[in-house]
Ligand binder design. Structure first.
Ligand code: FAD
Length: 468
């Protein structure tokens, strides 16, 4: 396998832009303006929020302000796992009781189908294939975690998931050394850029105003401030996820965590025959520093993992370029999973940022005294979660403005959740790098010394990082 051929692209935002190129940006904000709702950030959160608000109340004047172009962030770079995971569910069970967390999980299960249904209704062809999620274990310690994870998910009311042994796993996808897997139907593969582009065009068609190349430098009650003018609105919704730290006063709110991906060249029929993967499930594993992958619509494998997790001072990248060491590490995982692909070419590599709150819990909030709202902190699970968050923001705005009352969504336990800020540097950098170094060491140890107990190192890292 090689990543050094001339056709190898590192960055370019992401592989998902390779076919159509980077979109021509919409007009920036021409000067001061007013709106009923101003949304900062043109990713899934911002665009879904605009979509649902406009659908519910077509008279609302909604403006989206995007620093580059819609889909510039994680929504244009992700692994395309549309699935039912939500960051912080177990913590919400502890804080608000099991029943509340089960409602959140149920809402997430429904959200996978909601995204698929709305995309179909709006004519957005995002290469969706609902093959479920397959998570494999390749060591005894991973298998023990997998079984515990499976039981845990069942306890949240998921009745339709399955546990497979080595043979049944290989019947779906032939991952080398797989000793078992768990499958849930609540997941689909999609092309993230086709979804975000389609959403932007759809909301524009509904009458939402989108200004691109318009960075918001400060958000304060009823104001979104940009170099070109200020948009005044009773509601200002912050949907900036991994970029939040760049806003005035938000440096330590959500830590920008990197995730990186590679894509192979389109694989041949013979290569697919060796691997299987006919069901096009999204594929993950149970390592502490886990991987995630999909079989793309054009028959490549797109595979991601953590790489360099965090840049000092909460800096974010520009064009998705990732380090060569990360490319090599992801390629190693690919070949470890599928040794028959040792000769296949990696054609693309890229990275993006996730938003990580101090307690790793996603939140949706509208501060009724200021009209400021936000949603995010999804960690690595935002493709579906953003949709649920957006419908919740819609309900919160409508409730606050007297257009509607409480709903099942405004009562979900992640609404209005508060969490402390991250530590200042250098503790932030040391903490996150220490955590991922420990995860990698724990994974290596579990591979070399196959006992069934999960490494105590990784458990300790979880506790220190606020995940445990
Ligand atoms: C490599 C990678 C792989 C991932 N894989 C998966 C996956 O397979 N499944 C899954 O569920 N989740 C995945 N995620 C997470 C998921 O993509 C995100 O949670 C989700 O896209 C977040 O959407 P968002 O709209 O909140 O944020 P973003 O998509 O990041 O959008 C934020 C937008 O705000 C804009 N912005 C930021 N600051 C400003 C400002 N000051 N002024 C104006 N505009 C601003 C940005 O340019 C950006 O367009 C992945 C993330 C990455 C990076």
């Amino acid at each position: 396998m090689s990543s050094s051929a001339s056709s190898f692209v590192n960055g370019g935002i992401s592989f998902w832009y390779a076919d159509d190129g980077i979109p021509v940006a919409r007009e920036p904000l021409p000067g001061d303006a007013t709106a009923d709702v101003v949304i900062v950030g043109g990713g899934y959160t911002g665009l879904w929020t605009a979509y649902y608000l406009k659908k519910a109340a077509p008279f609302l004047r909604i403006t989206v302000l995007e620093q580059k172009f819609c889909g510039y962030g994680a929504s244009g770079r992700n692994g395309g796992w549309l699935y039912n995971g939500v960051a912080g569910r177990d913590r919400y069970a502890k804080l608000h009781g099991r029943e509340a967390a089960v409602r959140l999980q149920q809402a997430m299960n429904d959200t996978v189908d909601e995204v698929i249904a709305v995309a179909a209704a709006e004519g957005i062809d995002a290469d969706v294939h609902k093959g479920g999620v397959l998570e494999v274990a390749t060591t005894p310690a991973q298998l023990a975690r997998l079984k515990a994870f499976h039981e845990h998910e069942l306890s949240y009311g998921e009745k339709d998931r399955e546990l497979y042994g080595a043979r049944e796993t290989a019947e779906r996808i032939r991952v080398a050394d797989a000793v078992g897997s768990a499958w849930t139907p609540h997941g689909a593969r999609l092309n993230p850029v086709k979804l975000v582009k389609g959403l932007a065009a759809t909301v524009e068609g509904l009458g939402v105003v989108i200004h691109e190349m318009t960075p918001v430098t400060e958000i304060r009650p009823k104001h979104a401030v940009t170099p070109y003018g200020t948009v005044r609105a009773p509601y200002v919704l912050r949907c900036t996820e991994g970029f939040t730290a760049s806003l005035k006063g938000q440096k330590r709110t959500w830590l920008p965590m990197n995730s990186s991906m590679i894509a192979t060249e389109p694989l041949t029929e013979a290569q697919w025959a060796a691997i299987g993967w006919d069901g096009r499930e999204t594929l993950g594993d149970m390592a502490h520093a886990y991987m995630y992958a999909q079989r793309t619509a054009d028959d490549r494998i797109a595979l991601g993992g953590r790489g360099m997790p965090y840049r000092f001072g909460s800096r974010t990248d520009n064009d998705g370029r990732t380090q060569q060491a990360t490319v090599e590490a992801l390629r190693d995982i690919l070949v470890r999973f599928f040794p028959s692909l040792a000769g296949a070419r990696v054609t693309h590599a890229w990275s993006g940022v996730l938003g990580v709150p101090r307690d790793w819990c996603a939140t949706v909030t509208l501060d009724r005294s200021t009209g400021l709202g936000w949603a995010g902190g999804y960690v690595g699970s935002g493709v579906a979660t953003t949709n649920l968050a957006a419908r919740t923001l819609r309900d919160l705005v409508r409730q606050d403005s007297g257009q509607a009352g409480r709903t099942a969504l405004t009562d979900l336990p992640w609404v209005g959740h508060k969490v402390r800020k991250w530590e200042p540097e250098p503790f932030r950098w040391l903490g996150v790098h220490g955590m991922y170094a420990t995860y990698h060491t724990a994974d290596r140890r579990e591979r070399r010394h196959p006992g069934t107990e999960s490494s105590r190192l990784a458990k300790a890292a979880d506790r220190v990082a606020g995940r445990g």
